[in-house]
Design a protein around this ligand. Structure first.
Ligand code: FAD
Length: 387
């Protein structure tokens, strides 16, 4: 492991690898990444792989654009190859007139921004999503976008890692950060279980562990880990169709990936927050089945072949966090672990730019929406298009 670095990035998930990649693209020569396990051990290796454009705040729309634009050419740009992208879109079914009005308002914002979002009637929903029980569910319509889809999240992290290494970054797996060397309020080094790396810049991209890394440096980060579970079914004949994202009624997502299996998850509002817990639970399977089968009756007798748990790392507004902190000079953030797979491109771009004091690749007025002082000021970026 190198003994010095221009920037140390903590975390080898999608956020950390993308930050390292963008730092090297910006010309930073000596980038060192430290990862306590391997890439991608955390949420990035456990997620549902979806990337999305249907947001309702300009803050999120800009990060989505930076990300989805990058995913279109990242495999080629890095020489990694196919990232298994399939742009089937998301469909957000509306069950009431109120839901439909909400969809219409969000579609308007997204279209004005330049994304290809559409408001569909029930017939349009059935056309794009043939297995959704539109009539039985009394679906009145929904919003749909063609620029969204599925990406292999592990390949995403590995592509960023390759791109960064090809430009000189060093990645250290099985290397755990255990503290910081801070003098007169300034970062002087990152202490790992394999020794110290002298540096005056560190980016905390530790996802759901981000708060604990902050604590080691005396930095307070309002991020809470939250357990999420997911299953994949046996493969069925592949039909390219959107993810069914039940924002309004069942709080589930259902999507078929290219190998034919359906990935499905549910956001349990009663899950215990604040702890890292990778245990899958039977209760989740029962609840998921109750919520999924009414939407897609054809899934009733399909076998689940794997069930696992991972974490979100939720910020109070589920946005992203880049830039410095008031407590320690040289301590920067690269967090947004509610959706750091779909946001990895934008998050890594902005985290890298902020860490070296470069101009951020978003309009000036957006910058405060990604910074940590928005929480103290009460300027949260609440997006009404999120689960
Ligand atoms: C079931 C499920 C479904 C999801 N679906 C989606 C989806 O469809 N789309 C989407 O965008 N997001 C989804 N998410 C969220 C997404 O997985 C996360 O937002 C994203 O993976 C976080 O990436 P990250 O790089 O910030 O964190 P991680 O991938 O968790 O990486 C953080 C890394 O930091 C390392 N680390 C921690 N502490 C230390 C230390 N002390 N020293 C060194 N290294 C350390 C960890 O080992 C870890 O590898 C889902 C999450 C789950 C659990």
């Amino acid at each position: 492991m190198r003994k010095t670095a221009d920037v140390v990035v903590i975390g080898g998930g999608n956020a950390g690898t993308s930050t390292a990649y963008h730092l090297t693209k910006l010309g930073v020569k000596n980038v060192v990444v430290v990862e306590q396990q391997y890439t991608p051990f955390g949420g990035s290796g456990r997620c549902a792989a979806m990337f999305r454009q249907q947001f309702a705040t300009l803050s999120n729309l800009h990060v989505a654009k930076l990300s989805t634009d990058e995913y279109d050419h990242l495999g080629e740009e890095t020489g990694f190859g196919d990232l298994e992208i399939s742009k089937g879109g998301y469909l957000l079914p509306a069950h009431t007139q109120e839901d439909l009005d909400h969809c219409a308002a969000n579609v308007k914002v997204q279209r004005e921004f330049g994304f290809d979002s559409h408001l569909l009637d029930p017939k349009g929903c059935k056309e794009v999503s043939p297995y959704l029980d539109v009539e039985g569910q009394g679906i009145l319509g929904g919003s749909y976008n063609t620029g969204e889809g599925v990406i292999n999240p592990m390949k995403l992290a590995l592509a960023y890692k390759k791109g960064a290494m090809d430009r000189g970054a060093e990645f250290n797996n099985y290397t755990k950060v255990i503290g910081f060397n801070i003098e007169s309020g300034k970062i002087k080094g990152v202490i790992t279980d394999k020794g110290e790396i002298a540096t005056n810049r560190v980016v905390n991209a530790a996802g759901e562990w981000g708060k604990f890394i902050g604590r080691m440096a005396g930095v307070s980060i309002p991020l809470e880990p939250e357990k999420h579970q997911i299953v994949v079914t046996e493969p069925l004949e592949y039909i390219k169709a959107p993810m069914i994202y039940s924002l309004y009624k069942y709080y589930t997502y259902i999507v078929q990936v290219k190998h034919g299996g359906f990935l499905m998850g549910w956001s349990d509002p009663d899950v215990e927050a604040g702890v890292i817990d990778f245990t899958p639970e039977w209760k989740f399977l029962e609840e998921l089945a109750k919520r999924v089968i009414p939407q897609v009756p054809a899934l009733a007798n399909v076998r689940i072949i794997r069930h696992w748990a991972g974490q979100y790392g939720n910020l109070p507004d589920h946005g992203i966090l880049v830039g410095g902190v008031p407590e320690v000079e040289g301590f920067f953030l690269g967090l947004g672990a509610t959706k750091a797979t779909m946001f990895a491109g934008g998050l890594g771009t902005l985290a890298a730019e902020a860490a070296i004091g470069a101009k951020l690749s978003v309009p000036e007025e957006m910058v405060p929406t990604y910074m940590i002082d928005r929480f103290a000021k009460g300027n949260l970026v609440i997006d009404p298009a999120l689960l």
